[in-house]
Design a binder for this molecule. Structure first.
Ligand code: PLP
Length: 414
C-alpha cells in the first residue's frame, strides 16, 4: 500500500504526510513512485510472454514530467490527446515510436508535429482527419500508421460524461460503417492502415462491457482481414476503474489482462492498452488543511484550503473521494459535514453529507485517490495559485512542481 497509517499518522511510502505539508505547504498533491510503478508492472507482466504488447499510459490522467519520466524509464508507451502532451512526453524522455495519438479534434498543425516527431500511430476518429494525415504524410514524404477508432456501441455503465462508446457520444467511427471507412482510408496515399482501436469510457468497474467491446473489435478485424485489409495491431483503450468508495470492488488488472490474453491467443495481433486512471489514481492524495467550520442551521460545513479549482472531480462528476485526517485520534466524535473549498460556487465541494471524524481548525486532511484527473484538471479560478506537486520515493521526496505564486497568476497578461 502506498498510503497507510503508522502509529496514527498517515504516510506515503516511508514519509509522513505531515512532514511534506509542513515543508511544501497545502494544498499539495503527493504521488507515490512505488504505487505507480507497481500498477504499470501489473499491466505489463500480466500479458502472456508470447503476446506482443505495449502499455501506453494515457498522459491526460496525470501529465507531470516526473510521473512521465518514471513511466518512460519503466518502458511505457504513451497515449496522447494533444500536441502539448506530446511535447511533455518528449521532454520527459519518452520514446516517440511508442506514442499513439488519440482524440476527436486533432488540428493539421498537431498532426504535422506528431508526424515530424516520429510517433507510432494515430487513432483516427473521422474521415476528415484521415484525409489530413494522408496529406500531411505525403507532404513530409513519409508514411503514417493509422488505426480507426471504432465506436462499438456498448454501454460502459459509467458516468455519462466519461462514457464514450455509445452512438450518441462524439467519439469514434460507428462500427457498422467501419469497413467502408477502412476501404476509403486504404485508397489514400501516405497511410499504413494496419490497426483498429477503441476506448469505450472511463471508471469502468465491471469489465464485462469492455470485453464485449473487445469481442466486437476482434470480429471486425476478422471481417477486415477477409476483405484483404492487413490488420496487425489492435488498441483496446483504457477505462479500467478503481474503488473510490471503500465498498466498491476494484476490477483486477491481472484478471482483465488475462481475459485479453485468452481472446488474443493465436490471432497474430500486437495489442496496446491505454490505461490512465488505473495506473495513477490510487497513488496520489491531495493534502489540505482545515480553515474553519461553519454552521448554517443544522448543517455543518468544514471549509478547507483545497477547492474545486484544485480537484474538480466532485463538482464535475459528483465523484466520491475518501477524506481522512492525517493524524488519527482516539475518541473523536463522528459528525456529518460538507467538506467545501473557499471558491464562490455552490458546486465547490469535495464531499457532501460525509460522515467523518470531527476535525479541528488547522488539521491536515488527505483526499484520497487523487493521482488521476486531479492536478491536470486544476485551474486558477478565483485567482487561486495552483497547488504544489510532490513525488515520494521510499523515504525521500521532492517537489516536482512548485506551488504557483501570485506573479505566476498574471505572468502572461499584458
Ligand atoms: C482518457 C482516455 C484513456 C484513459 O482512460 P482511463 O479511464 O483513465 O484509463 C485512454 N484512451 C483514450 C483514447 C482516452 O481518451
Amino acid at each position: 500500500m502506498s498510503f497507510e497509517y503508522r502509529n496514527g499518522s498517515l504516510y506515503c511510502e516511508s514519509v509522513p504526510l505531515a512532514e511534506i505539508a509542513a515543508s511544501a505547504g497545502t494544498p499539495c498533491y503527493v504521488y507515490s513512485t512505488a504505487g505507480i510503478l507497481s500498477r504499470f508492472l501489473e499491466y505489463d507482466s500480466s500479458f502472456d510472454a508470447n503476446q506482443p504488447h505495449t502499455v501506453c499510459y494515457a498522459v491526460k490522467a496525470n501529465s507531470n514530467l516526473s510521473v512521465l519520466r518514471l513511466l518512460a524509464q519503466a518502458g511505457a508507451g504513451f497515449d496522447i490527446v494533444s500536441a502539448g502532451e506530446l511535447y511533455r512526453v518528449l521532454r520527459a524522455g519518452g520514446d516517440p515510436s511508442q506514442v499513439v495519438f488519440s482524440g476527436v479534434g486533432k488540428t493539421f498543425a498537431e498532426i504535422d508535429y506528431a508526424l515530424k516527431s516520429g510517433i507510432h500511430s494515430f487513432n483516427c476518429e473521422s474521415e476528415t482527419e484521415i484525409e489530413w494525415i494522408s496529406e500531411c504524410a505525403t507532404r513530409q514524404g513519409k508514411e503514417a500508421r493509422i488505426a480507426l477508432r471504432v465506436n462499438p456501441d456498448v454501454d460502459a455503465a459509467t458516468h455519462p460524461y466519461i462514457s464514450t462508446g455509445l452512438k450518441e457520444n462524439k467519439f469514434g467511427i460507428d462500427i457498422a460503417l467501419a469497413e467502408e471507412a477502412y476501404r476509403k482510408a486504404n485508397a489514400l496515399p501516405g497511410l499504413i492502415v494496419d490497426s483498429v482501436s477503441c476506448h469505450i469510457g472511463s471508471q469502468i468497474l465491471n469489465p464485462t462491457s469492455m470485453l464485449e467491446a473487445v469481442d466486437r473489435v476482434l470480429a471486425l478485424i476478422e471481417r477486415l482481414r477477409d476483405q484483404g485489409v492487413r490488420i496487425t495491431h489492435v488498441d483496446l483503450g483504457g477505462g479500467l476503474g478503481i474503488a473510490y468508495k471503500p465498498n466498491d470492488a476494484t476490477p483486477s488488472i491481472r484478471e482483465y489482462i488475462g481475459q485479453l490474453n485468452a481472446r488474443l491467443a493465436g490471432r497474430n495481433l500486437h495489442v496496446a492498452v491505454e490505461p490512465g486512471r488505473s495506473l495513477v489514481a490510487e497513488s496520489g492524495v491531495l493534502l489540505s488543511k482545515v480553515i474553519l467550520h461553519k454552521h448554517n442551521g443544522s448543517k455543518l460545513f468544514t471549509v478547507i484550503d483545497a477547492a474545486m479549482n484544485d480537484l474538480m472531480r466532485p463538482a464535475l462528476y459528483q465523484a466520491h473521494h475518501e477524506i481522512q485526517p492525517v493524524h488519527q485520534h482516539q475518541g473523536r466524535d463522528t459528525v456529518t459535514a460538507d467538506i467545501v473549498g473557499p471558491v464562490c460556487e455552490s458546486g465547490d465541494f469535495l464531499a457532501k453529507d460525509r460522515q467523518m471524524p470531527s476535525v479541528e481548525i488547522g488539521e491536515l486532511l488527505a483526499i484520497r485517490d487523487a493521482g488521476a484527473y486531479g492536478f491536470v484538471m486544476s485551474s486558477n479560478y478565483n485567482s487561486r495559485p495552483r497547488a504544489a506537486e510532490v513525488l515520494v520515493d521510499g523515504s525521500s521526496w521532492k517537489i516536482v512542481r512548485e506551488r504557483e505564486t501570485f506573479e505566476d497568476l498574471i505572468q502572461n497578461e499584458l
